[in-house]
Design a protein around this ligand. Structure first.
Ligand code: SAM
Ligand code: SF4
Length: 326
């Protein structure tokens, strides 16, 4: 397995299938977002070649993301081929859930293990305001379909934005009493052109926790409060599911980061919140050998930054979240 220069094993690839999306969430992209042309995005054979190279250097976990991964043409076939790549032990997906009602069963049959579904509120009007045009009912249908297809345990991701959904954390957290889901609250992170909004309206994990506890009672740490990936896990008394707090801004988890991100246009980004990128697609299209690409990847891993610089006011401006792959 490849190590970075700080000794962290890097074996988890977040692979963006497209920068396009069927929603326009206010914290993710501007309403008039322009997307890359299809030929600027990795084609299926290019994705599969890079996946084989990553697995060859020890990557065993792949999360498909975007943009919205379910709108990629042939997504089911891609999942099947990625899941069948030797060395890949788990293929999961982060999705807004809108198309899961149609796709969940096929994706599960193709080898997808689990899904994280983004859902910031249970109020249809607020959902529309946050996503600019989404229909909550479609996401709820997507969650049901994912559960039926065995894409479990279901994880729900909620970004909390002041003035939009800070009071909704209570109803979302209460879902865990009834369902065996992990509901995770995420601090909004600043990217690109939306920084004013993102800096003013971020809500810290401590405030989210206080809001939940004030209405639903004390959150009990799960496993002594250890990190599960990026989330610190808690449970409401007697609940079936868990609550996760993802404090990427106020309490970064960089020391335990094992990730690399491959954007839909084929550049490797070793830290979500750092601008540095290593282009793999251009050399690949110019005929680079596997060995050359492998060396580029290993060098990028070695140079992975220790962590982000938000505390020092360093905000990445070259891409918004949907162009990186959350
Ligand atoms: N479209 C899919 C979705 O919404 O789940 C996958 C891509 S989306 C960029 C991945 C995750 O990033 C989502 O859970 C989304 O809520 C989160 N996200 C987007 N912008 C964010 C921001 N500024 N800060 C924190 N999380 C953000
Ligand atoms: Fe699309 Fe996901 Fe970004 Fe929302 S968070 S605009 S669903 S990519």
């Amino acid at each position: 397995m490849a190590l970075d220069r700080f000794g962290r094993p890097i074996h988890y690839l977040r692979l963006s299938l497209t920068d396009h999306c069927n929603l326009r969430c206010v914290y993710c992209m501007p309403e008039d977002m322009t997307f890359r042309p299809q030929d600027a995005l990795m084609q299926d054979d290019e994705i599969l070649r890079l996946v084989r190279l990553f697995s060859g250097i020890g990557f065993d976990k792949i999360r498909l993301t975007g943009g919205e991964p379910t709108i990629r043409a042939r997504v089911t076939e891609l999942v099947r081929e990625i899941a069948a790549t030797p060395g890949i032990r788990s293929v999961t997906m982060t999705t807004n859930g809108i198309l899961l009602g149609k796709l969940a069963a096929d994706l599960a049959a193709a080898g997808l293990k689990r899904v994280n579904i983004s859902l910031d509120t249970l109020d249809p009007q607020k959902f529309r305001r946050l996503t600019r045009w989404g229909r909550l009912e479609e996401v709820m249908e997507g969650i049901r379909a994912a559960e039926e297809a065995g894409l479990t345990p279901i994880k729900i991701n909620a970004v909390v934005v002041r003035g939009y959904n800070e009071t909704d954390v209570v109803d979302l957290a209460a879902l865990t009493r009834e369902y065996p889901w992990q509901v995770r609250f995420i601090e909004m992170m600043p990217f690109g052109g939306a920084t004013e909004f993102q800096l003013q309206q971020t809500i810290r994990a401590e405030e989210i926790r206080a809001r939940i506890e004030a209405r639903l009672g004390p959150l009990q740490p799960v496993d002594g409060g250890r990190l599960d990936g990026e989330a610190r896990l808690y449970r409401l008394p007697g609940a079936r599911g868990e609550i996760g707090l993802i404090a990427s801004v106020s309490q970064p988890f960089c020391a335990s980061c094992t990730r690399a991100r491959l954007t839909a246009d084929g550049v490797l980004r070793m830290c979500l919140l750092r601008e540095k990128e290593i282009d793999l697609l251009t050399p690949l299209r110019r005929g680079a050998t596997d060995e050359t690409l492998r060396r580029l990847i290993l060098e990028a891993i070695w140079q992975k930054p220790w962590g982000h610089g938000l505390a020092a006011g360093e905000i990445p401006v070259n891409r918004v979240m949907s162009e990186i792959g959350g």
